[in-house]
Write a protein that binds this ligand. Structure first.
Ligand SMILES: [Mg+2]
Length: 230
C-alpha cells in the first residue's frame, strides 16, 4: 500500500492571502493588540508561525498563549471562512488528482499540514477537496510543532488503521515548499513537489524532491509518480 499525504496551502488551494489575515486575527485574540507585522508562513507549522509572530512583536510566548493557541486559530479561521471562499481557490487539477488516486485500492490519502486540523478541514472543505482523504490518519500543526515529525505521526496512524507498514518507501508527500521537501527527507517520505507555491523547481529539486510538477493538472503523470515509489 502507499500512503499519500497532501499539503494544503499552495498545493491543493491558494488561500488568497486569507491565511495571513487569520494569523493576524489569532494574534489579536491572544495578545489583545492588533498585529503590526505580517506572519511568515511558507510551510511552517501553525505553532511555529504564531510563536514567530508573537516574537516579531517584541513579546515572549507565554504558557497562556500556548494554551489558547488552538482555540484562537480555530476562531480566527471560522471568522474568515466566507472571505476564504471569495478570495481563495482550489488549485487546478487537485480534485481530479484526488479522485484518480481514490480509484486505487492500494492508495490511502490524507493530509500533512502545518495547519491545525480544524483549519485544514475548513480550508479543504470550502473548496470541496476534503472528500477522498482519510482525515483520521493525517498529521497536523495541532499534533506537533516540527513539520518532519508529522510524517511519522501520519505513518503510525495509517499503519494502525490499515494494518500495513508505512515507511519512507511507500509514503509520498505532495507539497509546494522547501519545508515540505525537508519534512519528507528528514521525516521519511518521498516528495512530489509542485511550483504553485513560492518555491522554484530548481530549489525544490535541490532540496530533495523526487519530481517537480508545474501544477496538479497532469493526473496521469502524477499517478505515475506516486506509483513509482513502491
Ligand atoms: Mg504549502
Amino acid at each position: 500500500m502507499i500512503l499519500v499525504l497532501w499539503d494544503v496551502d499552495g498545493t491543493l488551494i491558494n488561500n488568497g492571502g486569507v491565511s495571513k489575515e487569520m494569523y493576524a486575527a489569532a494574534f489579536e485574540i491572544l495578545s489583545g493588540q492588533p498585529a503590526r507585522v505580517k506572519a511568515r508562513t511558507d510551510g511552517r507549522t501553525d505553532p511555529e508561525i504564531m510563536r514567530d509572530l508573537i516574537e516579531q512583536h517584541g513579546l515572549e510566548q507565554t504558557s497562556e498563549h500556548v494554551a489558547q493557541l488552538h482555540s484562537a486559530l480555530a476562531a480566527a479561521m471560522r471568522a474568515k471562512a466566507d472571505v476564504l471562499r471569495k478570495r481563495g481557490y482550489a488549485q487546478p487539477g487537485g480534485r481530479e488528482a484526488i479522485d484518480a488516486l481514490m480509484q486505487r485500492s492500494d492508495i490511502v490519502q490524507s493530509v500533512l499540514s502545518g495547519n491545525i486540523r480544524d483549519n485544514a478541514y475548513i480550508k479543504l472543505s470550502t473548496f470541496d477537496l476534503h472528500e477522498g482523504l482519510d482525515w483520521e490518519v493525517g498529521a497536523f500543526g495541532s499534533d506537533a510543532n516540527h513539520r518532519p515529525s508529522l510524517v511519522k505521526i501520519a505513518q503510525e496512524r495509517a499503519s494502525a488503521s490499515y494494518g500495513a507498514e508505512f515507511g519512507p518507501v511507500n509514503t509520498v508527500l505532495i507539497g509546494d515548499t522547501l519545508r515540505d521537501v525537508r519534512a519528507g527527507v528528514e521525516g521519511g517520505a518521498r516528495v512530489i513537489a509542485v511550483t504553485t507555491g513560492v518555491d522554484s523547481a530548481e530549489d525544490l529539486t535541490r532540496e530533495g524532491a523526487q519530481i517537480v510538477f508545474r501544477d496538479l493538472t497532469n493526473t496521469v503523470a502524477l499517478l505515475d509518480a506516486v506509483l513509482q515509489v513502491s
